[in-house]
Every structure is written in structure tokens, then in C-alpha cells.
Design a protein around this ligand. Structure first.
Ligand SMILES: *Cc1c(COP(=O)(O)O)cnc(C)c1O
Length: 238
């Protein structure tokens, strides 16, 4: 492994420990086990040394938003960790996403699912995916609308090269995390309804909650939380 300076490691490892405590507290408060929660460290704009420090601090799952940036870093890091794609995926980048990522969290249309399926078939991969849902109905947010979700799930239930694992969402930003709660609980209810409707699909994951609101998301049933700023500090605006 490349060099990681001590002060970089200590800073990140302290922050990770604090987050782990909060995850433990939030899951116990809601009668769940912290082992049910996967912490995805979001590394967009974060340089390799700090990602290596996070690996050294025990993190094993990382999330990236941009294919080109991810490709360079994943190759350089070359560690047996898991990578999730969490950005908006353009169809013409689907083949890179299939090659690089253990999970694509942001499938939001039948057309995109079809392209990922085609690329996965070509390399004999069964690609784990989540479907990103726009529960807030905000125009600016990506994600499929709850109305269109059944059609996409029907497609996924017939696919042998896409392994559907659950739903993901990103509510609007609120300073007060309690304001995000209704969106998290809406995703959970949607999951329950869809699980009844599609008994052949496995709805094991609910990916929701970021630095500011992951405790609330866990109380509402999150199994994956995606945390950037609380681990690595503020990002430079791109
Ligand atoms: C950037 C990002 C995150 C992490 O956000 P923080 O507030 O820095 O924790 C989580 N999910 C997605 C989809 C993101 O783009």
C-alpha cells in the first residue's frame, strides 16, 4: 500500500470511529443491529492518500459519482474493497460502470437498465444494482418516479444479468435532518408495497442517508448509508 501520513490517518480514523458510534446508537435506538448497516464512504473529489487512510481505518465500501475520476482512483488504489457507483450514469458510460463497480446504485430507467444488462452479458457478469427513486418529485433530482417504478422492476425481475438488491434515494437537502424523515419513510413504504407486488425480487437494501441525516435514515430502515463530508471533511466545490 502507498504511504499514508500519520496525521491523515489519525484524523480520518477518529471521524470514522465517531460515525460508527452514531450508527450503533441510531440502530440500537430503533431496535436494529449495527451489523445490518453498510457504511459507504463517498470519495468524490477525495484524493487517493485519504482513501487509503480510510481503508486503513477499516472501511471496505466506497462510493464514487464520476466514471472517469473513479477509474483512475480504483486502478491506483487496487485494494480488495467494494466500489459503489452513486452518481448519475449516462448510458454511454454503462460499460465502464459494469467493469469497475460491484454495485450500481443509480439505475433509474428501463433504457439504462437495458444498456447495463447488455454490457454485463458481454463480460459474463451478473451486475448488482439498486433503483434510484425520486420520492420528493423535485424536477432537479434524478431517480425514477414512484409511478414508473413498477415497469422498471418488471424489467429487472426478468433479467438474468442484473441482480436487483433494493432501492436508493436522495431527498432534498434540509438543514434539519428531521425534515428528511418523511422521504426516508416514504421509500420504506414504497419498498414494502413493491416487495408484495414483486415477490421474485429481493428488496434487501435501502440506501438512504448522508452525512447530515444518516441517523434519521437508519431509524427509518436504511441498510446502506452514504457518507462523504463527515469522514473526509468539506469538498472543494467543483
Ligand atoms: C456526495 C453524495 C453523498 C455524500 O454526501 P455527504 O453529505 O458529503 O455525506 C451521498 N450520496 C450521493 C448520491 C452523493 O452524491
Amino acid at each position: 500500500m502507498n504511504e499514508v501520513r500519520d496525521e491523515v490517518f489519525e484524523n480520518i480514523s477518529k471521524r470514522v470511529e465517531r460515525i460508527r458510534e452514531k450508527i450503533r446508537y441510531a440502530s440500537e435506538k430503533s431496535g436494529r443491529s449495527p451489523e445490518e448497516i453498510t457504511l459507504v464512504a463517498v470519495t468524490k473529489t477525495v484524493e487517493v492518500e485519504r482513501i487509503l487512510a480510510a481503508i486503513k481505518a477499516g472501511l471496505r465500501v466506497f462510493g464514487e459519482n464520476y466514471i472517469q475520476e473513479a477509474r483512475k482512483k480504483i486502478e491506483e488504489i487496487n485494494e480488495p474493497v467494494e466500489w459503489h457507483f452513486i452518481g448519475h450514469l449516462q448510458r454511454n458510460k454503462a460499460r465502464y460502470a459494469v467493469r469497475l463497480f460491484d454495485m450500481i446504485e443509480t439505475v433509474d430507467s428501463v433504457r439504462l437498465a437495458g444498456e447495463i444488462q447488455k454490457r454485463a452479458e458481454l463480460v459474463n457478469k451478473v451486475q448488482p444494482v439498486l433503483v434510484q427513486v425520486n420520492v420528493s418529485g423535485e424536477q432537479s433530482k434524478s431517480g425514477i418516479s414512484p409511478d414508473e417504478l413498477p415497469e422498471l422492476l418488471k424489467f429487472l425481475s426478468k433479467s438474468t444479468s442484473l441482480a436487483f438488491r433494493g432501492l436508493m434515494t436522495m431527498p432534498p437537502y434540509f438543514h434539519d435532518p428531521e425534515k428528511a424523515r418523511p422521504y426516508f419513510s416514504e421509500l420504506r413504504h414504497l419498498r414494502d408495497r413493491m416487495a408484495d407486488k414483486f415477490p421474485s425480487l429481493s428488496f434487501s437494501e435501502l440506501s438512504m442517508g448522508m452525512s447530515g441525516d444518516f441517523a434519521v435514515a437508519i431509524e427509518e430502515g436504511a441498510t446502506i448509508v452514504r457518507i462523504g463530508t463527515a469522514i473526509f471533511g468539506e469538498r472543494n466545490r467543483q
